[in-house]
Design a protein around this ligand. Structure first.
Ligand code: CUA
Length: 164
């Protein structure tokens, strides 16, 4: 009787012990696979600039949209309380836009829900995203990191024009 009860307890314990090892091991495996297999990692030093000199550091000294090739654009953007520069981007439908963005002051965000762009903008850290704009219309860009009293007003627009 005593032995049987003891065995039951042991099995219940085992049912908890095994997952408690399997879960962290599984997480470690996921970490290794994403880091080395998928190449997902924290932004590196190569994309960092002096946060106090964003306005003087190319390409952020001249924020704006640049056409790299037909249908391929690059936008050099700065975020600051409480605006994006440029505030408005205009591209023809079917364009691919590469976003290079950094912050001049505090932590901001750049969210373009309809284009699946979601960046966190740290002062001096250069964030990158690429998006394709196939459907004509207005795409709202907004700051989605609380950055002070007028955070809710910090927004911009990507205007995608129909091709004629
Ligand atoms: Cu910038 Cu919120």
């Amino acid at each position: 009787m005593a032995t049987r009860k003891g065995t039951t307890v042991y099995l219940y314990e085992l049912a908890w012990i095994l997952p408690s090892f399997a879960i962290p091991v599984g997480m470690l495996v996921a970490l290794v696979v994403t880091a080395f297999g998928a190449g997902i990692h924290l932004p590196g030093l190569e994309r960092r600039i002096d946060p106090t000199k964003v306005a003087e550091t190319p390409p952020f000294d001249k924020p704006g949209l640049v056409e790299l090739a037909p249908g391929r654009y690059e936008v050099r953007m700065t975020a600051q309380i409480w605006s994006f520069a440029p505030r408005e981007i205009r591209v023809p439908a079917g364009s691919t836009v590469r976003f290079w963005v950094t912050s001049k002051d505090v932590v901001h965000g750049l969210l373009i829900p309809k284009a699946n762009v979601n960046l966190m903008l740290l002062p001096g850290q250069v964030a990158f995203a690429e998006a394709r704009f196939d459907t004509p219309g207005e795409y709202l860009m907004m700051c989605h990191e609380y950055c002070g009293i007028a955070h809710h007003t910090m927004a911009g627009t990507v205007i995608v024009e129909a091709r004629r």
